[in-house]
Design a binder for this molecule. Structure first.
Ligand code: FES
Ligand SMILES: [Fe+2]
Length: 365
């Protein structure tokens, strides 16, 4: 199992998913409940709160409870928690035990995503949240997206996204064409920043249906894929599509190309469960609802092809004795670099010996 890097920011939800309904998600084996406080004044959005999703009394899930203003009232016997996780009232007695509190997690809402910090709260630096500004920049980009859970080790999803030659085989007829697998790529690794960049520039490629139908380009294309993976969670694929031979201007402007930012957030839930957040942002056909519906549905089908493949791969790996020998080739360079960085980040965020998350047996991570 790929070790968890604890002292990192993770996407817990899209901002639009967190409101006045309690939302339960398990992130790095920790059950967390999310909600939004009441905003000040009419229509104002409040801030996002993240609390441990287990009541201190008998561990009833707070996500199955209810809100009273900005407080969570446990659905079993009514222990009531404020936004800091402090229990402020219990039934049948005036005195609230001093130890009655649940963990409150640091949360940042940025670029339309809700990020949560799982590790040591003293290390949570909200200036270190990786950015995906296109997601919230509706003047320049129109975005569609979703989230699909996968029953696999999150490392399998990282492998999958860092090598797009699988598009030719797994996503043929959708986004894959022969040129993707046939074109060599370059890989750059910034170990210090924990960023892996994988680029593949195709000068003369078939236009897959995903782009033919959205851009209207007929004929062959110049297709660039520039991946930027900010370990552990944020993956950006800068995709540039243009009629064959059309290049950006020397000043960097690029009016005759179509640009698509494909964003993934890879959030480990448990050792064999991962949240696969995906979004497709385009700089053309802004606000065109028909195009948005096409890109959403088509891309979801592509995502589901990966989901099915990774569910199958996880089951297959589990059915075999441990210690099998993988065989890696050039296309795996980015994925192997990502694994190295994840292992290092996990080591940095390791718990002190003997410490465990409440309720989880030692060794479960
Ligand atoms: S379990 Fe929450 S109040 Fe009893
Ligand atoms: Fe894929």
């Amino acid at each position: 199992m790929t070790a968890f890097a604890r002292n990192q920011w993770y996407v817990a939800a899209y901002g639009r998913e967190v409101g006045r309904e309690l939302l339960g998600r398990t992130i790095l084996d920790e059950a967390i409940v999310f909600y939004r406080t009441e905003g000040e004044g009419d229509g104002a959005a409040g801030t996002v709160v993240a609390l441990a999703d287990r009541c201190v009394h008998r561990r009833y899930p707070l996500s199955a409870s209810r809100l009273d203003g900005d407080r969570v009232v446990c659905g079993y016997h009514g222990f009531t928690y404020d936004t800091t996780g402090t229990c402020v009232s219990v039934p049948g007695q005036k005195r609230v035990p001093r130890t009655a509190r649940v963990t409150a997690y640091p949360v940042v809402e940025r670029d339309s995503l809700v990020w949560v910090w799982i590790g040591d709260p003293a290390l949570a630096d909200d200036t270190a949240v990786p950015r995906a500004p296109h997601l919230a920049d509706t003047a320049r980009w129109t975005t569609v997206g979703g989230m699909e859970p996968i029953d696999c080790d999150y490392g399998l999803l990282v492998d999958n996204l860092l090598d797009l030659s699988h598009e030719t085989y797994l996503h043929g007829g959708y986004i894959g064409t022969p040129e993707v697998a046939d074109t060599p790529m370059t890989t750059e690794v910034d170990e210090g920043a924990g960023v892996v960049r994988v680029s593949r520039h195709m000068d003369d490629a078939a236009c897959p249906p995903f782009y033919a139908r959205s851009t209207g380009i007929e004929g062959r294309i110049t297709r660039w894929q520039d991946i930027e993976y900010h370990a552990p969670c944020l993956y950006l694929l800068h995709s540039r599509i243009a009629p064959r031979g059309v290049l950006p201007n020397p000043d960097g402007s690029d009016p005759n190309a179509f640009h698509v930012e494909i964003t993934y957030a890879i959030t480990p839930s448990t050792g064999r469960h991962v949240y696969d957040f995906w979004a497709v942002s385009r700089d053309f056909g802004l606000g065109d609802e028909e195009m948005s519906a096409f890109l959403h549905d088509f891309n979801r089908e592509v995502v589901m092809q990966d989901v099915d493949a990774l569910n199958l791969l996880q089951k297959t790996l589990e059915s075999e004795p441990a210690g099998y020998q993988e065989l890696s080739i050039n296309i795996d360079t980015g994925g192997l670099a990502a694994r190295r960085i994840l292992a290092r980040l996990a080591e940095q965020g390791a718990r002190p010996a003997g410490a465990t998350a409440a309720g989880l047996p030692a060794g479960a991570r």
